[in-house]
Ligand binder design. Structure first.
Ligand code: GRF
Length: 191
């Protein structure tokens, strides 16, 4: 099965680009039809456009409620026949009702070895706790934050002298490998 992806971003979009590169392989079981950003200034929008990918900007600040914001997302998605929503640095939390409309059809990448370090500042917290390993996780999105079934993980060592930034850089290299692998696993699970 070839999955039609909508990738949701809020910023740089480096994971989006790594998925886009994977989609260039004709054997990869997905293609990217759409990139959605809630931030008009997200750098990843330019990256997507310069690679010929359609983009939709839906600024959450223009909507009074999360429900209204999500209604607009749903309306725009209707035009693209999307199979899988891929959250890649998307910094908004969906309502339960939106998540329940897409069961096992929304996935997210999180920069920790879930279930450890849900939420933000994952690298700082792991270093402060004296952990010897960090990593990243791709998981299905369920209403409870960062808690859905895990699809795949990669581990990286935490080295003496690491700062949150040096650790984030090391984890990001693995994120770019992990996300395409996880999308392949999702496609295979639906085949
Ligand atoms: C990644 O570290 C991801 O794990 C986190 O936000 C960052 C997004 O980076 N959720 P990018 O926009 O994909 O470059």
């Amino acid at each position: 099965m070839s999955l039609n992806l909508a990738v949701f971003i809020s910023g740089r979009g480096s994971n989006m680009l790594s998925i886009l590169k994977a989609c260039e392989d004709p054997d990869f079981p997905a293609r990217m039809s759409l990139v959605v950003s809630n931030r008009p200034d997200a750098a990843g929008l330019n990256t997507a456009q310069s690679n010929g990918i359609s983009t939709e900007t839906i600024d959450h600040k223009a909507y009074d409620t999360r429900e209204a914001f999500e209604e607009e997302i749903s309306a725009r998605l209707k035009n693209y026949d999307i199979d899988l929503i891929v959250l890649a640095g998307f910094m908004r939390i969906f309502t339960d009702s939106f998540v329940e409309k897409w069961p096992r059809r929304i996935i997210n990448i999180h920069p920790s070895l879930l279930p450890d370090y849900k939420g933000t500042h994952t690298h700082k917290r792991a270093i402060e706790d004296g952990k010897s390993e960090g990593g990243c996780t791709v998981h299905y999105v369920i209403p409870e934050l960062d808690s859905g079934p895990i699809i795949a993980q990669k581990r990286v060592p935490i080295l003496p002298g690491d700062t949150p930034d040096t650790l984030a850089d090391r984890v990001l290299v693995q994120e770019h490998i992990l996300y395409p692998e996880a999308i392949r696993l999702v496609a295979e699970s639906l085949a």
